[in-house]
Design a protein around this ligand. Sequence first.
Ligand SMILES: *Cc1c(COP(=O)(O)O)cnc(C)c1O
Length: 392
Amino acid sequence: MYWMEKELELMADASLERSLRTSNSVSGSPGYTLRGEQVLLNMSSNDYLGLSQHPAILEVMREALLTEGAGSGASRHVTGNHMSYRRLEEALTDWQNCEAALVFANGYMANSGVISALVDRGDVVFSDKLNHASMVDGIVLSRAEHARYRHNDMEHLRTLLNKYRDKRRKLIVTDSVFSMDGDQAPLRVLAELKREYGAMLMVDEAHSGGIYGGRGEGLCHELGLQNDVDIHMGTFSKSFGVYGAYICGSRTLIRWLVNKARPLIYSTALPPSIVAGISKSLDLVQKEHWRRERLYAAAGLFRSSLCDAGFNIGAGNSPIVPLIVGDNDTALRFSRALEEEGIIAVAIRPPTVPDGTARIRFSLSAVHTDKELINAAERIHSIGLRLRVLSP
Ligand SMILES: *Cc1c(COP(=O)(O)O)cnc(C)c1O
C-alpha cells in the first residue's frame, strides 16, 4: 500500500496530518485535562456546562450499571429498548414542548440516519457550506441532490431554492451555532424561506442545546421559532456531558424515523446506564440556569480579552471562540506553544475548515473561572506576538 505512504507524506508536509493523542480526565475538575504528567487547562472540550463529572449523574449511572448491566444487548427494535428510553423520551417531549422525541446513539448517527431517511433520489437538500460533516454524510447517503449555499448567505439559498423548485421533496439543513466558527444561522430567514418554498427545515442544535433558552431548549426556542422547525436535533455529548442524541418533532416524523432511520434499526441501543445518565443530566440542564449565566459571562470576558488584544475571532458571540491564524503550520505551532503554557486548545485545519482559515478553537465552560480566563488570555497574547499572528 505504497500509495498510502505517499499520500500521508504529502499531508505531513502540508501540516495536515492528524494523529491521536491521549488525554485523561482530572477527577473532580472538569475544566482540566491530563496529558502525561502535565495538568492542563482544557479549552477544547464541549462540556459547556461542566456537567461531565456531576455527582448526581455519576450516581444514577453507577446504579443503572449495577442493576441493568454493561450493555443493552440488542437494537431498540429487538430487546434493547429498556424502560429508561421511554422515560427519557417523555421528558424530552415535555422539555421541547413537541409531540414526540427519539433518542439516537450519537449525533453523527442521528444526522446521517435522519437525513437519509427523509430524502431520496429526485429530492434536494439545501445545506450551509459550513454544516457539520455528519449532515453532509447523511446527504451523500440519501442520494438526493446536494445544493450547498455559501455560509449564512440567504440570497444564495434563495437562488438555489428557485433553481430546484421542481424537485419532489426539499429539505433545508443547518447548524444553529456553527461548530468551528461559533456564529449563528439566520434562523428567522430560514423559517421564512422554508415556508415560502414548501421545504422542510432541520436544525442541528449540537452547540446550542443546553445553552440557549430559559430551560436550555436551544436557540430555536430562544428565538421563538420552535414551531417553524420540522426536525429539531441535538446531542447529549456536549452541554449534557454524557453521550447520545435526540430528534424532536411531530408524532408522524418520529413514527417515520422508527421505521426508516437505519442507524436506529441496525445498531445496538445505548447502554441503560448512559440513558439513565442523560435523564439526570436533562433535569440538571433545565434546573441549573446559573450554569448558563456563568457560561455567557465566561464567553463575554474571554472574547473581549482576545478582541482587545487585536486577534481575529470572527463574528459570533457563543462559547465557541475561533482564533483565526490562516496558515496551517502557524496554527499547529500556536497550539503547541499553548500546551507548553499549560493550556489545551487544538488547532483546527482543513478539511474541517476552509483552506487558509486554520485556527485555534477555544470552547469555554461554566467551570472556567475569571482568573483562569484572564491568565489564559495573557498567555495567548504573548504567543500571538511571538508567532507574529499579531503585529507588535
Ligand atoms: C458534535 C456534533 C455532532 C455529532 O454529535 P456526536 O454526538 O458527537 O456524534 C453533530 N453535529 C454538530 C454540529 C456537532 O458539533
